[in-house]
Design a protein around this ligand. Structure first.
Ligand SMILES: C=CC1=C(C)c2cc3[nH]c(cc4nc(cc5[nH]c(cc1n2)c(C)c5CCC(=O)O)C(CCC(=O)O)=C4C)c(C)c3C=C
Ligand code: FE2
Ligand code: FE2
Length: 365
């Protein structure tokens, strides 16, 4: 028996068909303990996420964490769940549809857009199989993490490679490594802050909270910490902020080991203790609102700030479906697709521009 899958026979002259695959983290199917158990088991069994020797970790995970955490996490998820499901899923599906619309509007209707989740459904392997069945020969994967990390981007790339392990007729594959300093992404973040200030007034300080990772990842060469600070610095510049006007912090610590510092919640408490009355908090590392932003930041951390004497805590939502963010994502995709040259020897964006010009001239005639 061969471990390779059976596929339709290869036909000569197969034309290139390009698909963009947005990949986000994933989320449980329901806000209940069994769904969380399944989700957390897959997530926390990934050795990119938890770098503890397998036998030791397997015991801790199965004997303790998967018995305690699912119920507690499910209760938290229930507080952010919507009629359409988990916020992370809802936003990811909308972003997928909007990006496809953007490609069509920008003169590249031949570029399809799909999404997959690293954990849970729809899985990367299933979506790649589906895309193969539909004749896609080129796939551009976009991990929806602006700041690259081993535990997120690395894991997505692992899974893409694992999914292709059994294929005979491979697609061309590219992936976006990170976009922490992408001009349009930074500009979209800055615009979201300015709009928030216009509507709600400006607080004494802006806290940019990023998801944390264990501190030793940084010491072993993980780019994540630097990329978070890069985004923070560029965003502050775009907003004209001085060093005293903003802070970069790290949230969602898991377990007792040292994670990236400063930690978000203790920082907010210290600020309130020191007499700071108002704070704006945003999470530039998440492109879609999710449990970690809507519950941990906007509820738990707000309560902590107020309990320590703060008076006004204002949460600035993630980019979600903002048109300037969808356009930023589109620009990023178009730039990446430009690395694939078409049969005429021209990068695809160039071809799209020519098509647009031809249409404009047609309209002008
Ligand atoms: C255990 C270690 C974890 C690492 C390392 C980690 C890195 C990491 N995570 C995100 C983005 C998200 N994480 C989310 C939830 C979440 N994260 C962990 C653990 C680690 N994350 C857990 C156990 C959970 C589940 C929720 C819980 O039980 O607390 C989410 C939200 C998903 C949702 O459904 O809303 C996101 C998004 C990044 C970007 C990152 C490293 C850079
Ligand atoms: Fe996480
Ligand atoms: Fe959390």
């Amino acid at each position: 028996m061969s471990r390779f899958i059976a596929e339709p026979p290869y036909t000569h002259g197969q034309t290139a068909r390009t698909g963009v695959l947005l990949v986000n983290l994933g989320t449980p199917d329901q806000a209940d303990a069994p769904s969380l158990r399944r989700y957390l088991k897959e997530f926390l069994s990934d050795d990119r996420v938890v770098e503890v020797p397998k036998p030791v970790w397997w015991l801790i995970l199965n004997a303790i964490i998967l018995n305690v955490r699912p119920k507690k996490s499910a209760e938290k998820y229930a507080t952010v769940w919507t009629d359409e499901g988990s916020p992370l899923r809802v936003h990811t599906e909308r972003q997928t549809r909007l990006l496809r619309g953007w490609m069509v509007a920008e003169g590249q209707p031949d570029i399809e857009v799909r999404h997959a989740m690293r954990y849970g459904a729809p899985s990367i392997a299933d979506v790649l199989q589906q895309m193969k069945a539909e004749g896609f020969t080129r796939i551009l994967a976009v991990p929806m993490y602006p700041q690259g990390a081993s535990s997120t981007t690395g894991s997505v790339v692992d899974e893409l490679a694992r999914a292709l392990l059994r294929w005979r007729n491979l697609p061309e594959l590219r992936y976006v490594r990170a976009f922490a300093g992408d001009r349009s992404y930074i500009d979209a973040l800055a615009a979201s802050v300015r709009e928030h200030w216009q509507k709600n007034g400006r607080a004494d300080k802006l806290v940019m909270s990023f998801h944390g990772v264990p501190h030793f990842h940084l010491m072993k060469g993980d780019p994540y910490h630097c990329e978070c600070h890069r985004t923070g610095r560029l965003l502050a510049e775009a907003l004209g902020l001085g060093k005293e006007d903003y802070l970069v912090t790290f949230q969602s610590r898991f377990g007792r080991a040292r994670w990236l510092e400063p930690y978000t919640q203790p920082t907010l408490e210290k600020l309130a203790d020191g007499g700071l009355k108002s704070v704006d908090v945003m999470c530039p590392g998440f492109v879609a609102d999710c449990l970690e932003t809507l519950e941990e930041i906007a509820v738990e951390n707000r309560d902590a700030f107020i309990a320590h004497g703060g008076q006004r805590f204002s949460y600035i939502p993630c980019l979600n479906e903002r048109p300037d963010w969808i356009a930023a994502l589109g620009g990023l995709v178009r730039r990446e697709l430009g690395h694939w040259w078409d049969e005429a020897g021209q990068p695809q964006p160039e071809r799209a521009l020519q098509a647009q010009r031809a249409r404009d001239m047609g309209a002008a005639r």
